[in-house]
Ligand binder design. Structure first.
Ligand code: ANZ
Ligand code: ZN
Length: 827
């Protein structure tokens, strides 16, 4: 027998596919389009199993949609800017560009080795000036439109990575990349007005039925819309006032002090002349050194009295003003009216600093009395101790109190979002330059569009200490002002790399277009992405920025779509021995060595078979062996059938079959139906593969069944079943499938063949005649499915009306089934 040799046949087919350009696509208005996209990789050096899984899932969908008659766009490229390139460059004494492009070359070969059906003609790398020049143009257009602004702000700073981190890049107070504590710094930077789009981003969440609910919820929470009120408190013995944001205006009568963020602009002023100056200054400095996680931490709630008071607009009572570390400057107004009876943080704070408690909300059991309160009552209820508002519910009072304050000019209802504007400046080298210039005379001036791209200089040498070489690179910094022509300094910050990934999917539609950001025709044809596939870890960062960016591109006239991704599939992690594969855990399985050992088809098949896409996949060597055995079996059987059915055509379905051949014919069509159902939209590749495995088992049984050797339909039925198995498995294991297809006497590539259709008539089970005897006499003849087992036969016999007439009133002693054809009832 000829052995299955993936090391020979896989490279052979990959070359043939490439030579025939079968994965290349162009816009074709006569065919429905399908845009399938997997999240592009960072060129870190090597493909890992997470990629293999992500891209295997995508490849199956791409191939099936293509076979189902769609014009499928399936591109691949590289998210190529970013810090690891700088770190690797320093460590290996090389240049980030060299490191990046070498990695790309290596990883491209790896992807090709796995046989994915990418249109490599559309490959793009975001570090290529031909890519980022258009991003720079979009930036300039956004600047013109006022969607970018510059401001000095406290930013999250990672000392280790020497860079600013976006809020989204700080997780539990730690840098998302290196997990060291995030600090704060005051820096000038560029911000995108994503908050202008908060409401629209929120509204469209309800119009994305093809996204997992989990991701939508995370985005909803991230945008964090709160209905509440702004309330203004006058400062005692002063003309000034402080405004707070509260979601609980109904508790205003219980507000007994105020808390300001340490960064609040009035914090120091309020202390002037009160004797508290030193204490307040020391406290502010101390909090400035605390990490965000310490500040958010429940155990570290602390504050200091400013020495000043404000006046409660309802009770007229004085409220001491504190500075407290748990109040954040970038939420609401940076000031909080503290209600210790109904807010737990305020309650704990009041206990420490001995501040008054006034109960204003009674629960279902009535007011409890402040002396009995062990903790704040934070639920809604009925107002007490609140003057004219007593007896109102929380809801009623929120409205009534806001209205009363509005009359006095001291408040109004408002909406607050948790979402912050997107700071995109990075003090990094390996990123897209921000196309701005600083002129002493003209200030901050945008570069002229005709001067784009502002190319990142590749002759820069990275400082050993980390950080960017750009500020000290004179040839880069010294430039002329685009406005006045005088000497000026070039911006040395680069863009957040999340910018590149926020629109790459659009550029794939026209990667070589050189007349503008996007080719309107191509964009109109391909966008939106019909199916996007990637990791859940991008639920808010990348997926929210991309949604924002498409809305910006729309408002700039580059695109008509409102949303980038119609459907989203978030695949689970690849784990081994119970934890995510990672270098630190030492449980990494390298795709290269797996492909070398088993072939790409086995690796692909296993990663699709071992779990449904959204679940975590537990890597198991036994499982890989199993997948490999299955492919070997398919191979041997495929060759045997191709030999035996050489002259035969595939079964036409026109002749009535009997016995095992009828069963195999029915099974073939059942399998086509099941696989089609499983893969279409439900992406249940694991059960689809299991169904093909069952079909292959049955083919094997029939093929070995010598009783059938004389049946004239045998070869045709075997061929029909074998061809179905090969076609159905081809999206998962394309190399072996194309080879067997050829061995079965066909030309061409399966991806170019239509997806098989099942014959409804064939699904009707083959039948057999069963004879029922009672006391040795034939009493009934039953027609039953040919695969009915002994138990089913017994039951059918005993349930039969005629038979029941003969056994009624008798005790049944025994029921014997003979050779699956005869039921003998002994009474
Ligand atoms: C008074 C009050 C009484 C509050 C009460 C709550 C309960 P969400 O729902 O997340 O929007 N707050 C406002 N600005 C803050 C800031 N910069 N830092 C920390 N906390 C701040 O939360 C809104 C509530 O969070 C506001 O309502 C305010 O406390 C607090 F019984 O005001 B509340
Ligand atoms: Zn100038």
């Amino acid at each position: 027998p000829e052995f299955y040799k993936p090391e020979e046949l896989e490279p052979k087919w990959q070359k043939t596919w490439e030579k025939n350009n079968i994965f290349q696509v162009t816009e074709d208005p006569s065919r429905p389009k399908y845009y399938l996209l997997e999240m592009f990789p960072y060129p870190s050096g090597r493909i890992h199993m997470g990629h293999v899984r992500n891209y295997s899932i995508g490849d199956v969908v791409a191939r099936i949609k293509r076979m189902q008659g769609m014009n499928v766009l399936h591109p691949m490229g590289w998210d190529a800017f970013g810090m690891p390139a700088e770190n690797a460059a320093i460590a290996n004494n090389t240049h980030p560009a060299k490191w990046t492009y070498e990695n790309i070359d290596y990883m491209r070969d790896q992807l090709k080795m796995l046989g994915f059906s990418y249109d490599w003609d559309r490959e793009l790398a975001t570090c290529d000036p031909d890519y980022y020049r258009w991003e720079q143009l979009v930036f300039l257009k956004m600047w013109e439109k006022g969607l970018v602004y510059r401001k000095r702000s406290l930013v999250n700073w990672c000392e280790k990575c020497q860079t600013v981190l976006a809020n989204e890049q700080v997780e539990d107070g730690l840098c998302w990349r290196c997990a060291s504590p995030a600090e704060k710094r005051s820096l000038d930077g560029y911000f995108f007005r994503i908050t202008d789009y908060a409401e629209e981003l929120l509204e469209w969440i309800d119009k994305l039925p093809g996204w997992p609910e989990r991701v939508l919820t995370m985005q909803r929470n991230w945008i964090g819309k709160s209905h509440g009120a702004k309330i203004t408190f006058n400062i005692k013995d002063s003309d000034e006032s402080i405004t707070v944001f509260t979601t609980r205006a109904d508790t205003l009568f219980g507000a007994t002090f105020m808390s300001l963020a340490p960064e609040h602009p009035m914090a120091m002023d309020l202390a002037q002349g009160t004797g508290q100056e030193k204490a307040v200054k020391e406290f502010i400095d101390k909090v400035g050194r605390q990490s965000m996680s310490e500040r958010a931490d429940d155990k570290h709630k602390e504050g200091v009295f400013t020495g000043s008071y404000c006046i409660n607009p309802m009770t007229g009572k004085e409220m001491p003003i504190f500075v407290a570390n748990f109040v954040l400057m970038d939420y609401g107004t940076g000031a909080v009216m503290a209600v210790p009876t109904h807010d737990q943080r305020d309650f704990e704070f009041a206990k420490v600093y001995d501040l008054p408690l006034v109960e204003v909300i009674a629960g279902p059991d009535g007011a409890v009395g402040v002396e009995n309160m062990a903790e704040a009552y934070t639920d809604y209820g009925t107002l007490v101790n609140s003057g004219e508002f007593n007896g109102m519910t929380t809801k009623e009072a929120q409205k009534a109190i806001a209205e009363a304050l509005e009359k006095k000019g001291q408040g109004s209802t408002t909406i607050n979002y948790r979402l912050r504007d997107w700071g995109i400046s990075r003090q990094r080298y390996w990123g897209a330059p921000i196309p701005m210039v600083h002129c002493e005379k003209c200030g901050v001036v945008p570069e002229k569009a005709e001067n784009l791209p502002v190319k990142l200089p590749l002759d820069a040498k990275l400082p050993e200490t980390g950080g960017s070489p750009l500020p000290t690179l004179d040839s880069w910094v010294n430039t002329t002002c685009p406005k006045c022509g005088g000497p000026a300094r070039r911006e040395t910050d680069t863009m957040d790399t999340f910018m590149e990934s926020s629109w790459y999917f659009a550029r794939y539609c026209c990667p070589k277009y050189d007349k503008g950001v996007l080719d309107p025709e191509a964009i109109k044809y391909w966008m939106p992405v019909d199916q996007y596939i990637g990791g859940i870890e991008h639920a808010v960062l990348h997926l929210l920025y991309s949604r924002f960016f498409v809305k910006v591109l729309r408002d700039l006239g580059y695109i008509e779509e409102n949303e980038p991704f119609k459907n989203l599939l978030t695949q689970g992690m690849v784990i081994k021995d119970g934890s995510k594969m990672s270098k630190s855990k030492g449980n990494v399985v390298d795709p290269d060595s797996m492909v070398k050992r088993y072939g790409a088809d086995t690796v692909r098949l296993f990663s699709l078979f071992a779990a449904p896409p959204e679940r975590d996949l537990d890597w198991s060597d036994k499982g890989v062996d199993g997948a490999h055995r299955f492919i070997n079996r398919l191979w041997r059987l495929g060759l045997a059938v191709s030999e035996e059915a050489k002259g035969a055509k595939s079964f036409s379905g026109k002749v009535k079959l009997k016995g095992p051949l009828a069963d195999l014919h029915a099974k073939t069509h059942e399998t086509i139906k099941k696989v089609t159902d499983d893969v279409n939209n439900r992406f249940q590749f694991n059960t689809a593969i299991a169904a093909v495995m069952e079909l292959v088992n049955l083919i094997s049984l029939v093929q070995q069944n010598q009783d059938l050797e004389k049946d004239p339909n045998r070869a045709a039925v075997l061929r029909e079943a074998m061809e179905a198995a090969v076609v159905l498995i081809s999206p998962m294991a394309p190399h072996v499938a194309d080879e067997l297809w050829q061995r079965l006497g066909h030309e061409g590539f399966l991806i170019e063949k239509p997806w098989p259709e099942y014959d409804e008539a064939a699904l009707v089970k083959a039948e057999k005649l069963v004879v029922v005897q009672v006391r040795g006499k034939v009493r009934a003849k039953l027609t039953l499915p040919s695969d009915a087992d002994d138990e089913a036969l017994k039951k059918a016999a005993l349930d039969d009306e005629k038979v029941q007439g003969f056994i009624e009133g008798h005790e049944i002693k025994k029921v014997i089934v003979v050779q699956g054809k005869l039921v003998n009832i002994v009474i």
